[in-house]
Write a protein that binds this ligand. Structure first.
Ligand SMILES: [Mg+2]
Length: 289
């Protein structure tokens, strides 16, 4: 059976209903039977997927953006039962840009109707799973600012938050353990990538691939404050990656100990902890693609 997870209040006003109409029209046209599950509160899709994933041969089509995919991934109880379909609708569709899925809803539906599927990786953390990027440092500072700027929307809101943080940059004390080697760093920004992009298209981990069984770990170390703005502008086109202050690792796992009060984010969800362990998981999450 096909199940559609649908958030009626996602995206711009009226856009969710319009997207659902397109999804239903195309599934009906392909004679595919489905059930629509509207979500009623944040975290509801995790609960819905928990139940659905107990049944064999369950096809779960998630309408939304990174946050919706994150919620669905975190609900899966039995991976063997589930094929996930990613239907890009939300305001933040960063994962879809690096997952080799169509970026348009119509084309994404064609893939699902065709029915081919394959495995992609995800990141297992201590208490959650992440589909796209685990971020820290400036990334989280920007999200915290973003949450406080309620009068603005979409990319404008993100860029205003970004520039506000760049005017007063902070550095974060973290201890990294990668391949058994530990080192303490003062960090401006960090990304642990399954996907490449955050913040609506900023390529924090430009070489990350969703099916190579590896994480790309990018650490942008402390830099002189007067160099922050040029560094951030370079970041828009992935020029941060070749700078002397940037380190770029690939590994199956990384442990990050937090030596101050820094927080992290996984697919836009902020979380804390004294020690964060990220491990790539391959060959479990099956998606239409
Ligand atoms: Mg990878």
């Amino acid at each position: 059976m096909y199940h559609i997870i649908y958030n009626p209040i996602s995206g711009k006003k009226g856009s969710a209903a319009k997207s659902l109409a397109l999804v239903e029209e195309k599934l009906k046209g392909a004679k595919i039977e489905y059930i629509v599950h509207p979500t009623e509160y944040a975290g509801h899709s995790t609960k819905i997927v928990q139940e659905l994933s107990k049944e064999p041969d369950t096809k779960i089509l998630v309408m939304g953006g990174d946050g919706s995919f994150y919620e669905a991934l975190n609900g899966i109880e039995n991976f063997e039962n589930v094929t996930l379909g990613l239907l890009p609708c939300g305001s933040g569709n960063d994962f879809i840009k690096s997952s080799h899925h169509p970026k348009e809803l119509d084309a994404a539906l064609d893939v699902i109707i065709k029915g081919d599927s394959d495995y992609i990786d995800f990141i297992q953390l201590d208490d959650r799973r992440c589909i796209n990027v685990v971020g820290g440092g400036m990334d989280v500072d920007v999200l915290l600012k973003y949450a406080s700027m309620k009068h603005f929307h979409g990319k404008t809101r993100y860029y205003l938050s970004l520039f506000s943080v760049l005017l007063k940059p902070k550095f974060h004390k973290l201890r990294f353990t990668i391949d058994g080697v530990s080192s303490d760093k003062s960090v401006f920004m960090i990304g642990v990538g399954n996907g490449k992009f955050i913040g609506g298209g900023l390529p924090i981990c430009p070489y990350a691939e969703v099916n190579d069984g590896l994480l790309e770990i990018v650490v942008v170390n402390e830099i002189k404050k007067r160099k922050i703005l040029p560094a951030a502008l370079g970041f828009l086109s992935a020029k941060h990656i070749n700078k002397p202050y940037t380190e770029d690792f690939t590994a199956k796992e990384v442990t990050i100990e937090v030596l101050d009060d820094s927080k992290f984010e996984a697919d836009g969800e902020i979380f804390g902890g004294k020690s964060i362990h990220c491990q790539v998981v391959s060959g479990k999450l099956r998606v239409f693609k």
